[in-house]
Design a protein around this ligand. Structure first.
Ligand code: ATR
Length: 262
C-alpha cells in the first residue's frame, strides 16, 4: 500500500491555481512523500466531495467560492478562522477535519515585505467583502489600522465593517479620502478578461498628494489592471503572488510542521 499522502486545492474556477506547483515543489525539496492536486468542485458538488474527503486526503486548501460554505463540513476551526468566518486550509488529523485561515498571515506578510511593518493608524481601503476580504480586514484590525471597506453589494460592506469596527462605502465614494494603502480583495481582475477596475483608479490617485501602496490579491495575471494603473500613477505596488506564497507557506507548515523557504 502506498504511504504517499494526498493533498489538494478545491475551488471553481481552479485551472489558474498555482498551489499544486508550489506545494509539490516543497514536498520534493523537503523529501516528503506526498502529492498535491487541483480539483474543480462546484458549489453543488461540495457536499458529496466532502463526504469522501477524510478517507482520501491528508489536507487541502480551499478557494473561491467555498471558503465560507465549507465550515459546515469541518469538525473544528482555529480561533482566527472562527473570527474571520472563513477558512482556506483543512488539516485531516486522524479523521477529524480542522479548518484554518492563513490568508490573514499572507496579507500581513506581503505588506511587511515592502517595509510596512507597523500598520497602526494607517488608512487602508479594502475592496471586496467576501471571504478573502474578511481575513484581510480582520488581520488589519488586529494591527490597529483604520479600515474602509468598499464593495459592489453595499449591505455586505456594511455588515463586514460593523463586525470589525471599520468604515464602509460604495465604489462611487472611493477616492474622496486619500488612503495610505489600497488592497483589492475582490475577484475583479482575475484572468483580466475584461481588464476593468472597480473604480476609475488612475485619475483618482493622480489627484492624491501622497501616493498609496497598492496591493492586489489576484495573482493571475501578476500585473492586474489595478496594479498597472497604480504603477503608472506613481504608487508602490504589491503583486498578488506575495500574499499567495506567504499563505501557502503557512498552510504547508500546518500540513507538515515545516515552514518552507519560498
Ligand atoms: P473570496 O472568497 O475570494 O473573497 P467571494 O466570497 O465570492 O470570494 O467574494 C468575491 C468578492 O468580489 C465580493 O466582494 C464581490 O462583490 P459582491 O459582494 O458585490 O458580490 C466581488 N466581486 C465579484 N465580481 C465583481 C464585479 N464584477 N464587480 C465588483 N465586485 C465584484
Amino acid at each position: 500500500m502506498s504511504t504517499q499522502k494526498s493533498y489538494c486545492v478545491i475551488g471553481q474556477p481552479i485551472a489558474h491555481s498555482r498551489s499544486p506547483r508550489l506545494h509539490n515543489g516543497w514536498f520534493k525539496k523537503y523529501k516528503i512523500s506526498a502529492h498535491y492536486d487541483k480539483i474543480e468542485v462546484s458549489p453543488k458538488a461540495l457536499g458529496s466531495f466532502m463526504k469522501l474527503f477524510a478517507e482520501k486526503y491528508a489536507g487541502a486548501n480551499v478557494t473561491i467560492p467555498h471558503k465560507e460554505k465549507i465550515l459546515q463540513y469541518l469538525d473544528g476551526i482555529s480561533t482566527e478562522a472562527k473570527i474571520i468566518g472563513a477558512i482556506n486550509t483543512i488539516v485531516n488529523h486522524e479523521g477529524k477535519l480542522w479548518g484554518h485561515n492563513t490568508d490573514m498571515f499572507g496579507a500581513l506578510a506581503a505588506l511587511k515585505e515592502v517595509g510596512l511593518t507597523s500598520l497602526k493608524n494607517k488608512k487602508v481601503l479594502v475592496m471586496g467583502a467576501g471571504g478573502a476580504a474578511r481575513a484581510i480586514v480582520y488581520g488589519l484590525s488586529t494591527q490597529g489600522a483604520i479600515v474602509v471597506i468598499a464593495n459592489r453589494t453595499l449591505s455586505k460592506a456594511k455588515k463586514l465593517a460593523k463586525e470589525f469596527g471599520a468604515e464602509w462605502c460604495g465604489y462611487d465614494l472611493v477616492g474622496v479620502f486619500p488612503m495610505d494603502i489600497i488592497i483589492n480583495a475582490s475577484s475583479v481582475g482575475l484572468n483580466d478578461t475584461q481588464a476593468t477596475n472597480i473604480f476609475y483608479f488612475k485619475s483618482t490617485i493622480e489627484d492624491w498628494d501622497r501616493k498609496p501602496v497598492v496591493m492586489d490579491i489576484i495573482y493571475t495575471p501578476k500585473y492586474t489592471k489595478l496594479l498597472r494603473d497604480a504603477r503608472a500613477a506613481g504608487c508602490k505596488i504589491i503583486t498578488g503572488d506575495k500574499m499567495f506564497v506567504a499563505q501557502a507557506q503557512e498552510a504547508f507548515k500546518l500540513f507538515t510542521g515545516i515552514r518552507p523557504h519560498a
